[in-house]
Design a protein around this ligand. Structure first.
Ligand code: NAD
Ligand code: MG
Length: 412
C-alpha cells in the first residue's frame, strides 16, 4: 500500500469518536460541488450536520446551482471556474459573508482553504491543479477525480507523502478494495479485482455499437453519473482509467490487477489473498456509500442508501471483458505499462474524443481510434520521458494530447 493510503488504512484509535460523546465537526471542502459526486457528498453533509461543516465549494459553470448550494451550507469560500460568471455569483451571494473567486486560480484558492477533508470531484484534467493545491491544505483527500492520478499519479502521491496527507479512495471499486484489504499485509495479497458493469453496450453486437450515438451511450444501466464518466463506462475506458488509478493507490504490479464484468454492480471490488481467500465489498450501486466511508473514516456513519437485498436481486453474474468490442480497455492497459506520460496522453486524447462524440462530431469507435493515434504520436514525441516533476510538465503533455486529438478528429 502506498504510504499515503496506508496511513488511512492503519489509522489507530479514532480522533473523532462517535460514541455519544461530544464530536468536533470535520471541516470539508468540496471541489466539483455542482456535479454528481458533489450532489451525493452534499446529501451526506445534509444528513449529518452535527459531523460536517462545509468551508469551501467550487463549481465549473452552473452559477445558479453553485449559489443555491452556497446559500444552504454557508461556506467561507466559493469559486466558479467560468470567470464570466463571477460577478453573477458575487451578486447571488451578497448576503453571505464569504469570499467569492473565479477562474482556475480561484478554484485553486478555494482548494487551499485549510480543512480536515477535501472531496476532490472535478471531472478530468481540470481537477489536477486543484487536487495538488488541496494537498497543501487538507488533512485527508477523498479522491474521486481519478484523472489526476491517471495524468500525474507520481506527482500527486509524492506531494501527499511530503505533506503527510492521507489519500482515501472514493471511487467505488477502489473504496471496496480499500475496505477488503482491511489491515492485512500487502505481501499477502495475490490479486486485486475491479468489477465493471459492462455499460449499456455489454450485450450489443460490434456493428450496432459502431452506429450508437450519445443518446444510447448515456443510458448507463446501474449508475447515475456525470456525462464524461458515463461515456467512459460505455467504452470501458473508465475501467482502464481505474486500473491505472488502482496502480497508484495500491502497491501491486500491473499483472496483479484484473477486471471482471459483473453486470449487476453489486460487488464493487475484491482482494484475493495467498491462502485462497477472496474478500469483497457489496452494496447497492450508490456513490453515497463509498463517499460516506471516506468522510467518516476511520468510523462509519449512516446513509440514506437503499439496503442490499440479495434474495430480491437473485443472481450475481460474471464474465471476462471483451477487448475487441471495447478496445479502450486494452489501450489503457498498454499505456499503464508505458508509464505516467503515456497515461497522461491517453487521458487527454480521451477527454477530447469523448466531448467530440457527445457533440456528434465523431462516432463511437472513433473515440478509441483518436486515443490510439495520439498515444502513438505522443510516445514518439516524448520518448524516454521519465515521470513528471511539476504540474507544468504534466500540462505540457496534456496540451500535446489535446492538440493532436483535435487534429485527428478534424480528419474523421
Ligand atoms: P460531473 O460532470 O457530474 O461533475 C463535475 C464537476 O466538476 C462539476 O461540479 C463541474 O462544474 C466541475 N467542473 C467541470 N469542469 C471544470 C473545470 N474546468 N474547472 C473546475 N470545475 C469543473 O462529474 P461526476 O460524475 O461528479 O464526476 C466527477 C469525478 O468523479 C470524475 O473524475 C469521475 O471520474 C469521478 N467519479 C465519479 C463517479 C460518479 O458516480 N459520478 C464515480 C466514481 C468516480
Ligand atoms: Mg468507479
Amino acid at each position: 500500500m502506498n504510504e499515503d493510503v496506508a496511513k488511512g488504512r492503519h489509522a489507530g484509535t479514532s480522533p473523532w469518536p462517535l460514541d455519544g460523546i461530544a464530536v468536533e465537526r470535520k471541516s470539508v471542502s468540496i471541489l466539483g460541488a455542482t456535479g454528481s459526486i458533489g450532489d451525493s457528498t452534499l446529501d451526506i453533509v445534509e444528513n449529518h450536520p452535527e459531523l460536517f461543516e462545509v468551508v469551501a465549494l467550487t463549481g465549473g459553470g452552473n452559477v445558479q446551482k453553485l449559489a443555491e448550494i452556497a446559500l444552504k451550507v454557508r461556506p467561507r469560500f466559493v469559486a466558479i471556474a467560468d470567470e464570466t460568471k463571477v460577478s453573477e455569483l458575487r451578486e447571488r451571494l451578497s448576503d453571505l459573508s464569504c469570499e467569492v473567486a473565479g477562474g482556475t486560480e480561484g478554484v485553486c484558492a478555494a482548494a487551499e482553504v485549510p480543512c480536515d477533508l477535501t472531496v476532490s470531484a472535478i471531472v478530468g484534467f481540470a481537477g489536477l491543479a486543484p487536487t495538488l493545491a488541496a494537498l497543501d491544505a487538507c488533512g485527508t483527500l477523498a479522491l474521486a477525480n481519478k484523472e489526476s492520478l491517471v495524468c500525474a499519479g507520481g506527482l500527486v502521491r509524492e506531494k501527499a507523502n511530503q505533506n503527510g496527507v492521507t489519500i482515501l479512495p472514493l471511487d467505488s471499486e477502489h473504496n471496496a478494495i480499500f475496505q477488503a484489504l482491511g489491515n492485512d499485509r500487502m505481501a499477502d495479497v495475490e490479486k486485486i479485482t475491479l468489477t465493471a458493469s459492462g455499460g449499456p453496450f455489454r450485450t450489443w453486437a460490434q456493428s450496432d455499437i459502431a452506429a450508437a450515438g450519445p443518446e444510447h451511450a448515456l443510458k448507463h444501466p446501474n449508475w447515475s453519473m456525470g456525462a464524461k464518466i458515463t461515456i467512459d463506462s460505455a467504452t470501458l475506458m473508465n475501467k482502464g482509467l481505474e486500473v491505472i488509478e488502482a496502480h497508484h493507490l495500491f502497491p501491486v504490479t500491473p499483472d496483479q490487477l484484473s477486471v471482471v464484468v459483473h453486470p449487476q454492480s453489486i460487488i464493487h471490488g475484491m482482494v484475493s489473498f495467498i491462502d485462497g481467500a477472496v474478500i469483497a465489498e457489496l452494496g447497492i450501486p450508490d456513490m453515497r456509500t463509498p463517499i460516506a466511508h471516506c468522510m467518516a473514516h476511520p468510523n462509519r456513519i449512516s446513509t440514506r442508501v437503499e439496503r442490499l437485498d440479495l434474495a430480491k436481486i437473485g443472481n450475481l453474474t460474471f464474465e471476462a471483458p471483451d477487448f475487441e468490442r471495447f478496445p479502450n480497455l486494452a489501450l489503457a492497459l498498454s499505456a499503464l505499462a508505458d508509464g505516467d506520460c503515456a497515461t497522461n496522453l491517453l487521458n487527454g486524447a480521451n477527454e477530447v474524443a469523448v466531448q467530440a462524440f457527445l457533440h456528434k462530431r465523431i462516432g463511437f469507435y472513433d473515440i478509441s481510434g483518436v486515443v490510439e493515434s495520439v498515444l502513438a504520436d505522443g510516445n514518439g514525441a516524448f520518448r524516454g520521458h521519465n515521470g513528471f516533476t511539476c504540474f507544468d510538465d504534466a500540462a505540457d503533455v496534456d496540451q500535446f494530447a489535446r492538440k493532436r486529438a483535435e487534429e485527428r478528429i478534424a480528419l474523421v
